[in-house]
Design a protein around this ligand. Structure first.
Ligand code: FPP
Length: 296
């Protein structure tokens, strides 16, 4: 349920509570608070607002629409805790939400979407049974994504970046299947960061540069930002314009450290599995109001 719906619900509850003070209208006010008609009106209003916001962000100048959105999907466990459901159900809801978000981003014709699904730190810090649940979700999630007609109709290439050797074989096989199934597409690029760490990525690029320098392929003078960017896992992507992190934490947690030098950061309080289409549009609307300065 979206925040707007919550807020509208609270207002109706407050009105009903106030009306309850006058016994004569207790019955109608209880009916207002509980009726499905009320909720239907609230949710319709919310839907209309969401669609208006979509039209609004789409009507902005083309160069105000982010070309590349990247997302730190945080808050699956807190979502589960709040809903009083198992931790694993929270992660499963996170996977379902990702498929929705992919749809909404594609609908806006945003060419690049990159998501942070597992960090190298997660692999070290999370319990074995939680990791097993996550690995199973990546396998089913990747298979579902690649069977989705939306991916094929929109010619979306799916790629996974990170230290694959840290992942179990079943996940590596699912990655190979997903990449092979979509390798011929190039209209959109959906990148999933798995077993990923921004510092590790930079270390790998530096090693690559050192090797090229040692072999005489790369002179000291040619080592510039471009030399590093072109050796990152994300060499074929433009830097993100907008980074969205859910669940209220305001940090980047080793995500695309090099690439987000000039990205706009947006923090949403909503837990990832509750992130709505309207939340996405609000993030883009906020981005469109900012003035990107690139040091000017
Ligand atoms: C962070 O929330 C989330 C993760 C570590 C996993 C994210 C994975 C998914 C959304 C599924 C992705 C599926 C595919 C196919 C890529 P958390 O567990 O840290 O929650 P918390 O912040 O509440 O503790």
């Amino acid at each position: 349920m979206s925040r707007a719906r919550h807020a509208a619900g609270r207002r109706i509850d407050n009105l009903a509570k106030w009306l309850l003070k006058f016994r004569i209208i207790a019955a109608p006010s209880r009916w207002i608070a509980n009726s499905s008609l009320t909720w239907s009106v609230v949710s319709r209003m919310d839907r209309i607002r969401t669609l208006r916001l979509r039209d609004h962000i789409k009507s902005a100048d083309e160069d105000l629409m982010p070309r590349h959105i990247s997302m730190i999907m945080d808050g699956n466990r807190r979502f589960a805790w709040n809903q009083n459901i198992e931790r694993d159900a929270g992660h499963a809801a996170g996977k379902e939400r990702l498929k929705e978000v992919m749809r909404w981003v594609l609908d806006l014709r945003i060419r690049y979407l990159t998501v942070y699904a597992l960090s190298t730190e997660n692999i070290e810090e999370r319990a074995g049974d939680e990791l097993d649940t996550l690995y199973d979700l990546y396998v089913t999630g990747l298979d579902e994504i690649c069977a989705d007609p939306l991916i094929h109709n929109n010619r979306v290439k799916v790629q996974v970046v990170g230290r694959r050797h840290l992942l179990p074989e079943r996940v590596r096989e699912a990655i190979t299947r997903a990449e092979a199934t979509t390798s011929q597409y190039d209209d959109f690029l959906f990148t999933i960061c798995l077993a990923y760490g921004g510092r590790e990525e930079i270390v790998d690029a530096v090693k690559n540069i050192a090797a090229d320098h040692a072999s005489g392929e790369l002179s000291l003078d040619s080592i510039d930002p471009e030399a590093i960017s072109s050796r990152l896992y994300t060499a074929d992507l433009p830097d993100p314009d907008l980074v969205i992190r859910t669940s209220g934490e305001e940090r980047v947690s080793n995500f695309l450290l090099w690439q987000i030098a000039y990205s706009e950061l947006y923090f949403s309080d909503v837990h990832w599995p509750s992130f709505t289409r309207k939340d996405l549009y609000e993030a883009i609307d906020d981005y469109q109001k900012r003035r990107r300065r690139y040091g000017s």
